[in-house]
Design a protein around this ligand. Structure first.
Ligand code: SAM
Length: 466
């Protein structure tokens, strides 16, 4: 390539090219004065500038009349050189760089179609392919960027549609590679919604927005299923089954039949077992099993997903030997005049999905919170967990003549945290059917077993109106 000194006056600048950065021009002018021009500029045969906008401006600034230049062929090669020039400039945002790389890829692969990596199909000649450097390798050599970075940036350019790029261009998102990449990997319908939310909430990440939308969708689906179920009165009673008897005799057979009848459904035991403290207030039941018998009874639930309320806490000496160390322990704390105002809930063989329960925002007037609410957020991940739920007192609304009745809302929250749509909830110590009431609200199938005839009848009245 021959370098000639050409007259600066003859050089034309294509309309629409970016304006030179004044500071950069001064820096280059200074360097030219001390060490001279290291790289000549390039022009096409019509003297249109291809590369070297800043160098040209620096020469003008220094009052020079000519500049060393090489002449490139007009066409794809010149376009490629112009793009390469742009790509090494610092001030391009990631999105602008993505656009440049996409153009470069188109041009490069038009010029060198053999560089496109293809599978070894029929007629494919390995020797041809290996002669040409791939677009990624070539760009990496020219720009100094890593190949992986180039692939990611091209992915951003290819997968974000032009209208969204336009919306993003002036926002902070345009220069956030990880966020753009995350966006590029989303389904196109979701991309649109996510960008709209993100542009109004610049403190939210794409990941947070996607998770929020996902939770909202799950809650909507659940609500829809629940409404469908409740509007279907036939399935309402089909879905609630109550058995009167001792769970030690009934439970194994019920589970076996259930697995046969609904092989695809999940089963979970959610229960508030007797306290074994010689509590005299129960109807019929003595609440005083020998330890070994109590442990044997609890062992029936071993291996099944379960949430077992452990109350009082010393029941751990019977529950742990039966079921082992829990995978998680939740605490329901409430107000009471006794010192031990809490109950532990042992979780086995399943994991609560804490995103399923949202708590109303405590500061709905806060600017950021207002925005979230405006975009449909129903609340924050709960941080008080069960602290908003109080004991059922004798005077409480909903009290149904059981001395140890627990709030429906507690069981409802556990069900939401621990089940899927088709999970069947089993409470082998059903009392007056509190877990069943919660299942009516969440739309889950319920099986309850209760040894006391009185409580069983009350549960039937409460759940099945019979
Ligand atoms: C702590 S209470 C559960 C109260 C229930 N959570 C409610 O809100 O109604 C325990 C219940 O288990 C029942 N129970 C005790 N042993 C049982 C057994 N072997 N089979 C079935 N039910 C039993 C008792 O009669 C009592 O109603």
């Amino acid at each position: 390539m021959q370098v000639k000194n050409i007259s600066i006056n003859r050089i034309k600048i294509k309309r629409g090219r970016r304006v030179a950065n004044k500071e950069r021009v001064l820096e280059i002018a200074e360097s030219i004065t001390t060490i001279g021009l290291l790289h000549p500029i390039s022009v096409n045969k019509q003297y249109q500038l291809v590369t070297g906008r800043h160098r040209l401006e620096a020469y003008k600034k220094l009052g020079k009349k000519t500049i060393p230049a090489i002449t490139t062929e007009k066409g794809l090669k010149a376009d490629l050189a112009e793009i390469d020039e742009n790509l090494i400039r610092q001030e391009l945002s990631v999105l602008e760089r993505a656009e440049c790389l996409q153009k470069r890829k188109d041009i490069y692969e038009t010029m060198y179609p053999e560089s496109i990596k293809r599978g070894p199909g029929r007629g494919h000649k390995e020797t041809n392919r290996t002669k040409f450097v791939s677009f990624t390798a070539d760009t990496s050599n020219k720009t100094g960027s890593g190949r992986r970075t180039i692939e990611h940036v091209v992915q951003i350019a290819n997968n974000i549609p032009p209208d969204l790029k336009k919306m993003i261009l002036k926002s902070d998102l345009a220069n956030n590679k990880n966020e753009l990449l995350h966006l590029a990997r989303l389904d196109s319908k979701l991309q649109n919604r996510v960008v709209k939310i993100r542009l109004k909430n610049d403190d939210m990440t794409i990941d947070e927005i996607v998770k929020d939308l996902l939770v909202k969708k799950r809650v909507r689906d659940r609500e829809r299923d629940r409404k469908k179920l409740l509007s279907n009165s036939a399935s309402k009673s089909d879905d609630i089954r109550l058995y009167h008897g001792d769970c030690r005799e009934l439970f194994p057979g019920i589970i076996k039949a259930l697995k046969k009848e609904s092989p695809d459904a999940d089963i979970i035991v959610i229960s508030d077992p007797p306290y074994n403290i010689k509590f005299a207030g129960y109807d019929k039941y003595s609440d005083n099993l020998p330890d070994a018998e109590y442990i044997k009874m609890m062992k029936m639930f071993r291996g099944l997903p379960s949430a077992i309320i452990q109350y009082p806490e010393e029941m751990m000496s019977l529950i742990y030997p039966a079921l082992g160390k829990p995978d998680e322990v939740l605490a329901w704390c409430y107000s009471s005049n006794i010192s031990r105002a809490f109950r532990l809930i042992n979780i086995y063989n399943t994991t609560p999905d804490y995103n399923m329960v949202r708590q109303p925002y405590k500061n709905p007037k806060d600017k950021k919170v207002k925005k979230l609410i405006k975009h449909g957020s129903s609340g924050t991940t709960i941080y008080d967990w069960f602290a908003d739920l109080q004991l059922e007192k004798n005077v409480s609304k909903g009290k149904n003549s059981h001395p140890c009745q627990i709030p429906v809302a507690l069981m409802e929250r556990l069900i939401i945290l621990l089940t899927k749509k088709n999970t069947i909830v089993v409470d082998p110590f059903a009392g007056v059917g509190t877990t069943g009431s919660a299942c009516r609200l969440t739309g889950h199938r319920f099986i309850g077993i209760e040894v006391s005839k009185k409580y069983y009848q009350l549960a039937r009245n409460r759940l099945l109106n019979i």
